[in-house]
Design a protein around this ligand. Structure first.
Ligand SMILES: NC(=O)c1ccc[n+]([C@@H]2O[C@H](COP(=O)([O-])OP(=O)(O)OC[C@H]3O[C@@H](n4cnc5c(N)ncnc54)[C@H](O)[C@@H]3O)[C@@H](O)[C@H]2O)c1
Length: 256
């Protein structure tokens, strides 16, 4: 087991990628504080993991709420090793939409401040405990390649990748690594609008291997990044997009 008795916090853990992280990390021997907006939803989602996972309500837009979450990890499990800032929202809106400013504020609060709060309170706790540690942030392919109708989301994810680099630089003296992953199209509730719009199959065929990434595939990469095996990976965003940024759609050959 690569993460035996490591204490890990995961935000956005009630579903999608976050829940897969809890699953993979528990299987790798970790004890996980699973955090999401609603206590009941997260408790229900993690019931299958018994006492290896514990649920907590958090709103990552609030610094105080994230600080309380970090303290709870130490109260419940005795220490802290890994913080995964994964909670995020997409809420697509084009630049010229009348609601763009409020959309930008909301997405910035969740995706950008949410990660910032986790970096600040997580790293301060690791330093207080005098422990090395790993902070993992969930970025996106849209940190580097703009998606249409997603102005605010694109900007927020670019910020996540730059916060990852900048924080790694400042936390290096404390032996805290900070890394991010950049998924492409992952089969989670976040992509439900594609199904609603009848675009699910069309988007699938846009992928190099004509398949969506599964949440567990992202969680497996995170488990590696959280482990000592990846000790030389720091201050970077790891591509977990199955080649999506390496070619131009449409593909001539892939129609399966
Ligand atoms: N699904 C994809 O294709 C994809 C691609 C690239 C990046 N991502 C990123 O992966 C992360 C997880 O997304 P997902 O696809 O699992 O989405 P999801 O919608 O299934 O899960 C997101 C979780 O975050 C929680 N959340 C939202 N706002 C919160 C807040 N203020 N405080 C605490 N929790 C909050 C939600 O309740 C939800 O459980 C996000 O950061 C997302 O931007 C997803």
């Amino acid at each position: 087991m690569r993460l035996k008795d490591k204490v890990v916090i995961v935000t956005g853990a009630a579903g999608g990628i976050g829940l897969a992280i809890v699953d993979v990390f528990v299987k790798e021997g970790a004890k996980v504080l699973a955090a999401d907006l609603k206590q009941e939803a997260v408790d229900q989602a993690i019931a299958q993991f018994g006492d290896r996972a514990s649920g907590i309500a958090v709103d990552v837009t609030s610094s105080d709420s994230v600080k309380a979450m970090v303290n709870a990890a130490v109260d419940r499990f005795g220490t802290l090793d890994v913080i995964i800032n994964n909670a995020g929202i997409s809420n697509p809106k084009p630049l010229l939409d009348d609601d763009l400013l409020s959309n930008f504020q909301l997405i910035t609060k969740v995706n950008q401040f949410g990660v910032l709060h986790g970096i600040i309170h997580g790293s301060k706790k690791l330093i207080e405990l005098n422990k090395p540690g790993v902070i993992i942030n969930t970025s996106s392919i849209y940190a580097t390649s703009a998606a249409e109708l997603s102005f605010s989301y694109n900007v927020s994810k670019a910020a996540v990748s730059m916060m990852t680099k900048s924080a790694a630089l400042e936390l290096a003296p404390y032996n805290i690594r900070v890394v991010a992953v950049a998924p492409g199209r992952v089969n989670t509730p976040m992509l439900q609008p594609l199904k609603d719009m009848g675009l699910w199959d069309h988007v699938r065929k846009e992928q190099m291997r004509a398949k969506y990434t599964e949440s567990t595939e992202i969680a497996n990469v995170m488990a590696f990044l959280a482990s000592d095996e990846s000790n030389c990976i720091n201050a970077t965003t790891v591509a977990t997009e199955d080649g999506y940024l390496s070619f131009k759609y449409p593909l001539v050959s892939s129609k399966n």
